[in-house]
Design a binder for this molecule. Structure first.
Ligand code: URA
Ligand code: SF4
Length: 216
């Protein structure tokens, strides 16, 4: 089955390969078919260790072009929400469950517009070794799960953000007990009708405050 495993530098699960070595190796990953239609691997951003690890789904259109996570519209929502919740970006490591942009043309169309397509569980599992190695190195005090896809990547398809959001939980992540806070994906704010948008955004901020409080 698909897996990134053969592309990881040796020693990456033992912490012997640092983030830079991981990032360089991930640039050449062909562990699943998603690398074919994407511009580049979008690896995590930040240094290790970091107090908070923020886990998104996959890079979007702008992230694919620029090679960095959360630099598009969802990233602006996230940055503002983090600031309001009192989480310092300098103490955060930001990454995605899947490192290549999965997309399709709008139905019937072609041209410039590329629409995000959710990764399958198989693709998330394939990409998991990169995330496992990142979590090992970053050793976050709190891991923030941004949205259902990120939750499913870590905890399987039964994960429900609506049920688990805004709670400080202890969960096993790649063989280690970690403190977890789940919340909605920042792009959910963008998809909400303008009249309800502020409420949805406030929900994101209040979940992030739970993570901030866990840092003490
Ligand atoms: N959405 C994500 O989940 N991750 C990004 O990096 C950008 C948008
Ligand atoms: Fe490798 Fe992940 Fe990209 Fe698939 S999505 S090719 S596993 S980096």
């Amino acid at each position: 089955d698909y897996t990134a495993e053969p592309f990881l530098p040796s020693g990456s699960r033992s912490g012997k390969a640092g983030l830079d070595a991981l990032r360089r190796a991930a640039a050449d990953c062909r562990g699943c078919p998603l690398h074919r239609d994407a511009t580049q691997t979008v690896f995590g951003k930040g240094s290790a260790p970091a107090r908070v690890l923020l886990l998104g789904e996959q890079p979007g259109d702008q992230e694919d072009r620029r090679g960095e996570p959360f630099v598009g519209p969802a990233g602006r929502i996230l940055d503002d929400a983090l600031e309001e919740a009192g989480i310092d970006p300098a103490q955060s490591y930001v990454t995605n469950a899947v490192k290549h942009f999965k997309w399709e043309y709008p139905s019937g169309g072609r041209g410039k517009r590329r629409i995000h397509k959710a990764p399958t569980l198989r693709e998330m599992t394939a990409c998991g070794p990169w995330l496992a190695a990142e979590v090992d190195l970053v050793r976050p005090e709190v891991l923030v799960v941004l949205g259902a896809t990120a939750g499913k990547a870590l905890f399987g398809s039964s994960f429900r953000v609506t049920k688990e959001r805004g709670l400080l939980m202890e969960r096993e992540v790649y063989g280690e007990e970690r403190r977890i806070v789940a919340t909605i994906h920042p792009s959910a704010v963008l998809r909400t009708d303008p009249e309800d948008r502020e409420d949805v955004r406030n929900g994101l901020v209040s979940d992030l405050r739970v993570a901030a409080a866990a840092l003490g």
